[in-house]
Design a binder for this molecule. Structure first.
Ligand code: MN
Length: 171
C-alpha cells in the first residue's frame, strides 16, 4: 500500500496532461490531508481523496457526498493519487484519461475512527473517518459493496454520513 502510483502513471501521458506525475516529494504532515475535487469529465463526479501511507486513497463519488445519513452515495474506488494532486486544478485535455475540468471543492484534514488502523479498516471494507474541511465536517463511513454491477471490474463502495451534529436531511 506504500508507493502505489504505477497505475496512476500508466493511465496518463504527462506530456499531454498538466496533472502532477507524482515525482515531487510532498512533505509529510502530522495530520492526514483530504481533498475533494469536482471533476467535470465524461460524467460529473466528485473525487474524494484521503491521505494514507504517502498517497491519496481515492474514490469517485458519482453524485458527491451527502450530509443526509439516509442518502448513500456510490463511491467507485480509483487508483491511488500522488499527494501533490491535492493542489491540482485545471483542464485535462479531451481524449486523455479523465479529460475535463478539475476544481478543488473541499480540503482539510481527516482522522480515522475506532480502534482499527485505517489500513485494516480499508481492507475490511468498513472504513469510518471524520472530516474537518472547509465545507464538510463530521463522521462518514465508506462501506465496500460485495458485488458490483459490472462483473467485478470496479470496486464499489457506499459513502454514508453518520448521525452527528453535522448531518443535514435532504442535502
Ligand atoms: Mn475523477
Amino acid at each position: 500500500m506504500a508507493d502505489n502510483l504505477s497505475t496512476y502513471r500508466a493511465k496518463r501521458d504527462f506530456k499531454k496532461t498538466a496533472e502532477p506525475s507524482g515525482d515531487v516529494e510532498v512533505r509529510s504532515s502530522n495530520r492526514r490531508r483530504f481533498v475533494i475535487q469536482k471533476h467535470d469529465a465524461t460524467r460529473l463526479h466528485y473525487d474524494l481523496r484521503l491521505e494514507l501511507d504517502g498517497v491519496f486513497k481515492s474514490w469517485a463519488v458519482t453524485r458527491g457526498p451527502s450530509l443526509d445519513p439516509g442518502d448513500k452515495r456510490l463511491a467507485v474506488e480509483v487508483e491511488d493519487h500522488p499527494l501533490d494532486y491535492g493542489d491540482f486544478e485545471g483542464t485535462i485535455p479531451k481524449g486523455e484519461y479523465g479529460g475535463g475540468t478539475v476544481m478543488l471543492w473541499d480540503r482539510g484534514y481527516w482522522e480515522p475512527e475506532g480502534n482499527r488502523s485505517p489500513e485494516d479498516a480499508l481492507a475490511k471494507g468498513d472504513f469510518k473517518f471524520t472530516l474537518k474541511g472547509d465545507r464538510l465536517h463530521g463522521s462518514f463511513v465508506l462501506v465496500r459493496m460485495r458485488h458490483d454491477r459490472d462483473g467485478g471490474k470496479r470496486i464499489n463502495w457506499l459513502l454514508i454520513k453518520h448521525h452527528d451534529e453535522f448531518l443535514s436531511f435532504g442535502s
